[in-house]
Design a protein around this ligand. Sequence first.
Ligand code: HEC
Length: 260
Amino acid sequence: MTEQNNNLGWLNLTSLAMPVKVLFTGYLMAIGVGLMMAGLQIMLTHGMADGKFGLSVDDIVYSYYGNRSNSKLEAKLNGSMKDKAPPAERLEIIKWVHNGATKEEWDAKIHGIMQKHCAMCHAHTPTLPNVAKYDEAKKLAEVDHGASISQLTRVSHIHLFGISFIFMFVGFIFSFAVGFKWWVKVALIFTPFAFLVIDIASWWLTKLNPGFAWFTIIGGLAYTAASTVMILTSLWQMWITPWKKGKVSCNAWSGECDKA
Ligand code: HEC
């Protein structure tokens, strides 16, 4: 009786009971798809910040530090919005920006131009600022200081709370893996948390100094890589290993399953 209770040889990914495997698999699948969506979203928002597709250090600098020699409106009119209005009207908008974005000039000329050339997209897309409204256009005409402190605090705490939960359960599932040197397992489980903190700290630091933008990219790549390894290994050991080589009998939490 006691012998049976003490036998925890089933406590590893290859030998878990089917309901637990299904539970873990469902979670890992949803998280995997979620990570890909997050990557796509980063490409579509920050990835376009410098007007070119694909995430670069410039994108991070534009997003967090801003483009302090320029306004966003002018930068876009020279970048990805360049072909949206005829050159003469584009120039009118840029002159308006340089002249201090006054209400008089807006009413006289600029509102009409925005209405004619920009509103068809900007007035109806929730993720885009409505440049046909004076208040929003004026804000975009000011010098671009990047993300505001209130934006940063909001996004930071949501990311820290939300993403830690993801890493918690991905790491928890992976802690039942077999065949890893103990320190490799420890490093893989800890890496995402460490780089999450580095990643988020780098947003704030980039706001102060654009040189820190590299840490945002390094942090993101490091935690994506570590969680991808953990997710794929866990799925493999739950389904492929038992099928190819049979279940392993050892207690993963006692270190029995680790490679020496
Ligand atoms: C065909 C649709 C379309 C038209 C027309 C259009 N835009 Fe845009 N605009 C977009 C999209 C999509 C983005 C987001 C991607 C990007 O930043 O390039 C955007 C982004 C912007 C941004 C950056 C907003 C931000 O907060 O990052 C500004 C400023 C802007 N547009 C100004 C204009 C102006 C001024 C016009 C008219 C001359 C105009 N756009 C016409 C689709 C359009």
